[in-house]
Design a protein around this ligand. Sequence first.
Ligand code: FES
Length: 96
Amino acid sequence: MNEIEIGPIDRYASLPAEVRLDRDRYYLVDNDGYKLFSRVCPHAGAMVELEDGEFVCPMHGWTFEADTGRCHNVPSAKLASYEVVLRDGVLYALMP
Ligand code: FES
């Protein structure tokens, strides 16, 4: 497990917030603990966007719960998620 620094918590006044780690794009959420959701749609790889409190894929219209990443259209599908820890005011993602 790799611990990757996301940045100081003060930077994220409102969540979900977009986060980039190298070339990869995520949303940082707080649902009983911080978590990153990959923005890559599990259907065919388009980038999901935050719209009206849920994540929406512009390619074929799948939508995902903003707190769990579960897909409304296909119950077995969900956004990949990664645990995040807060230590001394700094967020770190736990990546495989
Ligand atoms: S690529 Fe996202 S719904 Fe098809």
